[in-house]
Each structure stands twice: as C-alpha cells, then as structure tokens.
Design a protein around this ligand. Sequence first.
Ligand code: SAH
Length: 408
Amino acid sequence: MAQKRVRWLESTTFAKIQKMKQVQLYKNKEQSVLRRHPWIFSGAIDLASEDLEDGDVVEVLDAKGKTLATGHFQNATIAVRVLAFDKKEIDAVFFTEKIAAAVELRRKLNLFREDHSICRLVHGEGDGLPGLVIDYYNKVAVVQRHSVGMYRSVNLIAEALQKAFSSEELIAVYNKSSETLSNKEHIEDGYLFGDCTVPHVALENGVKFNIDWIYGQKTGFFIDQRENRALLGKYAQGKSVLNTFCYSGGFSLTALQNGATFVHSLDSSAKAIELTDVNIALNGFKNHASIVADAMEYLKDLPESYDIIVLDPPAFAKHRDKRHKAIQGYKRLNANAIRQIKPGGILFTFSCSQVIDKFLFTNTVIAAAIEANRNVRILEQLHQPADHPISAFHPEGEYLKGLVLYVE
Ligand code: SAH
C-alpha cells in the first residue's frame, strides 16, 4: 500500500476497541465491494489500524464506518482479498465450512471415481478463498498459497481438509508454496499431514499419470485441461497428432487412449519430456515419439504434416503491458500451425493468459488464419472446467480459453 496515502489511525480509535484490525475506504470506493468483487486495491484505502501487518485479517469499513467485508490484508496492489462480505471470524469453522463446500461441489461434478482421481479442490476466488489453490491427486491434496494470509492459515486449511474427507479418501496434505509466495517469511515446502512418495499414480478419465508435486511444475499437473483433453479424444481415432507444449503428455495420452495412429509430443523442457515418456510407458502405449525443442522454432518448418495439432503454450502475457507482444506470439504460432496442418486438419489452440480475453484470442487466431491463407471454421469454443469455477462477481477469474478449428 502506498503509505503516504494512508493516515494511520490512533490505536485508541480502532485497534484497542476492536479485536479485529480494520481498514476504512475512501468515500465512493465501496462500490466494487458492494458488487461482491473480492479485491480491494491499495488506492481505495483511506485509514488503517496502525499495527496492520501482512496476512492480518481485517474488517473493511466504508467511509461512514459501516462494515462491508472481512479479508486478508497485504501491503501490495491488491491490499485486501475478501473472504466474507460481512464481519466474520476467519477461524477453524470458517475454513471447515468453505473447504467442505468446495469438496461438495467436486462431488456433485462426479470427480472422485474409480477411473478418475484428479481434480482441483479449491480455486481461489472461484471458491470464495482468494489466495488459495488446492489440487487433489488420488488421496493427496497439494496446497498452494498465494497470499500471506493463507500462508498463516495453513494449519487451519490442513485440518479443514481432513474433516472434508474420510481417512481413506485423504492420506496426505503437501504444502507447495515456496514458488508462489515471495515473502520475508521463511517458506519451506513439505507435508502438513501424512506422507506419500512421489511420483504418485493418479487417474484422469481412465488414463494413468505419474504426479510429482515436489519437482513438477505448479502442483504437478495441468488439471485445467481435463475436459479439453477428453474432447481431443473424440477427434483422435485414426489420426496423427502433434502435441506441442506437452508438459507431462496429457493431450498425447488421451489421444493414444482414443485410437490415434501416432502422437508426437514436444516440449522445450527435457524434464517435461521425461515425464511424458514415463507416462506413456506407465499406460503401455505405443506409437509415440518425443521431441525436445522450442515450439516457436519447430513450428516454423515442420518435418511432417499432421491431422491434429495441439498448441497449449504457457501464459505469453502475465501483465497488460505485455499484451501486444503476446498477441504477436499467439498469431505467429497459430499461423504456422494452420499453414502446415493437413487439409481437413483439426487444430486445438489455447491461451491461458488472463489478460487476453476470449474475444481478443479469437480475433488473433482469425488473423493467423488470414495470414496462413487457409479457410478455417470454428468447431468448438473451449474454456476452463467446472472445478476451476469463476465467481460471477470476479470476471478476472476467467483465464483459460481455446478453440477447435477445422482447417480446410
Ligand atoms: N499441455 C500441457 C500443459 C502445458 S504447460 C498439459 O496438458 O499438461 C506449458 C508447457 O510449455 C510447459 O511444459 C513448458 O515446459 C512448455 N514450454 C514453455 N515454453 C516453451 C517453448 N518455447 N517451446 C516448447 N515448450 C515450451
């Protein structure tokens, strides 16, 4: 928070009377909170309790002193992440209820099955828990905290998880936050409860994956592409597939499971290709080859043509100021794939950059098709799955978008 804008309150006014620390907004800055948007930016804050520290639970007041919300404070652009739109103790009961509700939604989505044991349990703002991500891999929960408030709440989170599941359903909780929190507090990854050796086998729609939350990217797997991988399965029978930016081979394995004639998996990370190869062997699939290469370079001049190409790059733009360059990157990538795919080919193309919305992405892909000089039709419009829900009041929660194109 820009300190100069904040008139620190005398402790007698707020801190001593009220147990919960407080922040007060400038006049007319309460509108977005009234619309249930879960972020309060530092520029909206007029007054704050004088002993406020990163990670504190704060009551948010409007300019007249009326309670608007309760949230986690952090001295950053997003100064408060709202946890409740009233005054609420953020205690064991709070986390138990929130996490139980999140798990209940995934049960409704039928994501815990004999042939399927991977899902996202908690998706930040989408589950009313900004700053917290929890993924589930066959009886193991992996917690990623993106705020100091969540960092401090770790024991409550681990306890709430154990209450939400039976002891057969949850054998361990691993904390992986050292990459996601850049903070003074000493952060070490490790088990909060139980123990489990990695890699650990978990199933996505009947396909086995070795999940390594300790050494893998993110929490170990890109769960958000589950439904899009399943959709690729419907197109894969008898087809040749190039899966670029493959990571641990999610799209490749789903294509092979569904009768692809052969699949080539490409990633610039040798470690990712190793994961893919291990997963191919784990499932006993044949007709697969791996390529360690830069996808942008490789796609300039493909040594062979494919029936299906998958483009699932990492976020090219993490901030608005990188958007223009990112669009050029997406355009180049898509134009090269569209130009070289077989006639009647199917392109699965994605963007997970939050700052590039679905309209901008679609327009970029259309521009790529024009550049490639091929007639292209949009068959399907894709997005993130239901276990990555978007709060209707937090449109920023929408990040994954994709298209299935038919290239004539
Ligand atoms: N499609 C994957 C997830 C992709 S994550 C899945 O379904 O699981 C993005 C991947 O792109 C990472 O594995 C990263 O190593 C890889 N990557 C990043 N830059 C790359 C580049 N220039 N060329 C090829 N791969 C790249």
